[in-house]
Design a protein around this ligand. Structure first.
Ligand SMILES: *Cc1c(COP(=O)(O)O)cnc(C)c1O
Length: 478
């Protein structure tokens, strides 16, 4: 590790000099991003720090090659090295997750979800128009053919978790293409417990009869029982699609096992690589053999050429996640989240669902008289980086919100343990307790606030001490 850091220091110094010869402002932004990341107490639940080998493998000429198609079946000549990189990445992904098939081309989580949706449509939608057209090998579609095709595909039904319960935009939200493409009916959480109500879900699934049930979330602080999800999907004839973008690291690291491991239960799984999995920015899809051919239609259906340099970085991240040290990391992420949640609750902070059993927690800051936006800003002023997030049935909507989402994957990568997270809980509570909305003639402001004199500086200094004890990329000097 020290050797890697020493090599990285020399390499990045030279790279930045070279970048500077073309556009010094970009070199400067790259340099500043490192110091900013080092200096902030990053609690954003969807962020992490990729390893130096993973970062280094992204900046290469693999980016210069077009390789539309799949391994061994490319629409361009000379793809042998991209073939190698893509097959190594897929091999590691399959072994890591115990999946029958892995498709590592998607450029992001949203792309991976679109690939998954289209694979399901490809396999499962019976389109009389398409069958008729294929039989006739017609190239020029009439206006009525187009209309029929759109209708046959757009009338499909998807059931995902609602955005305000913690689901993702791509699970059928009305302003996302998934909400425009499909008829959708979302499931939420129980108003009392804040937990997914599987019985209610089963009842709505029986009524709605979706083609696809989406499980997975961005802001739900609890584990999901995928065996129950699959049972419901089977009962109504739906495909179970699990979007594990947020918690892939906990699956890879074997924190989620048995009925909490989506792989044995889902027909198809999509994910990002850059959140708890700690890889480069990107996406991938895992599938049962039944769905493999349809998943391979990701290009040309929703993707163009794959990003060779990013598939190389994914290969490294998947390989790293197969190590025992990654399992230790994942267990620590979960245990740190417990410590953080307990630390907050014992200091009087209300958490949605009364705690967490994954890598994230959702704070209800309305008990401090604050909106999520005020809390997020006051924390940022104090060197604590979080993001505001709506809570179930949020009175302040998706812009101001009443919640703040926090997670442990990034700081755990830096080496934070339970005691550090108890301190983090102390800092968060101190900021929230000392922040007051500015009053306006119409009542308290939803955006403006004041922090008690001296608090932001004190918290920032204390956060700095915690960060200094756990350096980011130790030994990397720029
Ligand atoms: C983050 C996230 C995505 C989207 O990932 P991008 O890489 O930002 O496109 C999709 N689904 C879920 C559940 C997520 O949390």
């Amino acid at each position: 590790m020290t050797n890697t850091a020493a090599a990285a220091s020399a390499i990045y110094t030279q790279i930045l000099d070279v970048v500077s010869t073309v556009e010094p402002r970009v070199a400067e932004a790259i340099r500043s991003e490192l110091s900013d990341q080092r200096a902030s107490l990053k609690l954003i639940a969807s962020e992490n720090y990729a390893s130096l080998p993973t970062l280094m493998s992204m900046g290469t000429w693999l980016s210069d090659k077009y390789a539309e198609g799949t391994v061994g079946h490319r629409f361009y000549a000379g793809c042998q090295n991209i073939d190698t990189v893509e097959s190594v990445a897929a091999e590691h992904a399959k072994a890591l997750f115990g999946a029958e098939y892995a498709y590592v081309q998607p450029h992001s989580g949203i792309d991976a979800n679109l690939v998954a949706y289209w694979a399901i449509m490809n396999l499962r939608v019976e389109s009389p128009t398409l069958t008729r057209l294929q039989a006739a090998t017609v190239n020029d579609l009439s206006e009525s053919d187009w209309e029929a095709l759109r209708r046959e595909f757009n009338e499909q039904k998807v059931m995902g978790m609602s955005l305000d319960a913690g689901g993702h935009l791509t699970h059928g939200f009305r302003h996302n293409i998934s909400g425009k493409m499909f008829q959708q009916c979302s499931y939420g959480t129980n108003p009392e417990t804040g937990l997914i109500d599987y019985d209610a879900l089963r009842t709505s699934a029986r009524e709605f009869k979706p083609l696809i049930i989406v499980a997975g979330y961005s802001a739900y602080p609890r584990r999901v029982n995928f065996a129950k999800m699959r049972e419901i999907a089977d009962e109504v004839g739906a495909t179970l699609f699990v979007d594990m973008a947020h918690f892939a690291g906990l699956v890879a690291g074997k924190v989620f096992t048995g009925e909490e491991n989506p792989i044995p239960y889902a027909h198809i799984v999509a994910s990002t690589t850059h959140k708890s999995l700690r890889g480069p920015r990107g996406g991938f899809v895992l599938a049962t053999s039944e769905y493999a051919d349809s998943v391979n239609k990701g290009c040309p259906m929703v993707l163009g050429g794959p990003l060779g340099h990013m598939m190389a970085a994914k290969a490294l991240a998947f390989a790293e996640a197969r190590s025992e040290s990654f399992q230790t990391y994942a267990a620590q992420v979960a245990s740190n989240a417990q410590a953080l949640a307990e630390g907050l609750m014992k200091r009087g902070v209300r958490l949605v669902t009364g705690g967490t059993d994954n890598h994230l927690a959702l704070l209800d800051v309305s008990t401090f008289g604050l909106t999520g936006r005020q809390a997020e800003s006051a924390l940022l002023d104090s060197g604590v980086v979080t993001n505001r997030n709506s809570i179930p049935r949020d009175p302040h909507g998706a812009w101001y919100t009443s919640g703040v989402r926090i997670g442990t994957p990034a700081l755990t990568t830096r080496g934070f343990t339970e005691d550090d997270f108890d301190q983090v809980a102390e800092l968060i509570t101190e900021v929230l307790t000392n922040t007051t909305p500015t009053s306006t003639p119409k009542g308290p402001s939803k955006a403006k606030y004041v922090i008690t004199e001296g608090v932001a500086d004190r918290v920032r200094a204390r956060a700095g001490e915690l960060l200094d004890a756990c350096p980011l990329y130790p030994g990397l000097v720029l």
